[in-house]
Design a protein around this ligand. Sequence first.
Ligand code: NAP
Length: 268
Amino acid sequence: MTMTIKAFVEQEKSKLKTTISSLKSTPHLVIIQANENEGSNIYIRGKIQDCQDVGIKATHVRYPITITEADLLKEIQRYNDDPSVDGLLVQVPLPDTIRPSVIREAIVPSKDVDGFHPLSSMMACTPKGIVDYLAAIGFPFKGKHAVVIGRSFIVGKPLSTALLDRDCTVSMIHSKTEEATKLALLQSADLICVAVGQKWFLSDEKIKPSAILVDIGINREDGLLFGDIKPGRHAALQTPVPGGVGLLTRLSLLKNVVEAYHLRHQSS
Ligand code: NAP
């Protein structure tokens, strides 16, 4: 039977805990928050708990939503320069007055554990988690037809690149893709990854029963979470929501902090 995402994450966290306990010092992640968003509070609590689980020090720094872009950049620079900090991330959403691209690019690439900087030393967390899990369950990437729906900067595009790097043949579907093209691509896909942000975006379209379905979407409705793929599709594997890709993303963040730690200690 295929290893579940939950089992994979538990196994990997246990390995990380052992690795971290053998390091000379404790890896340190700084999480910057400049919003009063309840969703962000929940995500940050989860990240801090994950860090505690494996032995990473997490520092949560909050700024008022009135902070200016210039002042936030100064704070980022302070942590970029702080030798006690290995990883740095800025939780989204940001106040409307602050440009996300400017903030993303202000974090020094060697500490960019979200992997959003164009020159980041680390891979973006969601694509990394998906590819690592697929590798762990033995997905034979080479030559397989992977369809990625969604082309965002944080998920769709880096995931396509990661699959291409593993020799998949990658098709990307986005909001301008013609319906007939989409249906044709889906029918020949060995792997379908959906990151659109619409409940059950993929529902009854014809797919191969041997296809693997990776559901990245997180859609909240009446206090419940729904994925981008209708549950119960006839496929070789369909990742659940909740308890699926979200866990892989969280795991990747921990791995990236350890990678950032190694980078800093190799170069010092
Ligand atoms: P996003 O920036 O809003 O991008 C959505 C993408 O979907 C866009 O590329 C858009 O195409 C495409 N799209 C919209 N309507 C479409 C249609 N009718 N047909 C085909 N493509 C369509 O969203 P995101 O940040 O990538 O996030 C996507 C979902 O993943 C959200 O639910 C988010 O909450 C979730 N997410 C989950 C995790 C996790 O860890 N599980 C991590 C990140 C994000 P255009 O570019 O043409 O507009």
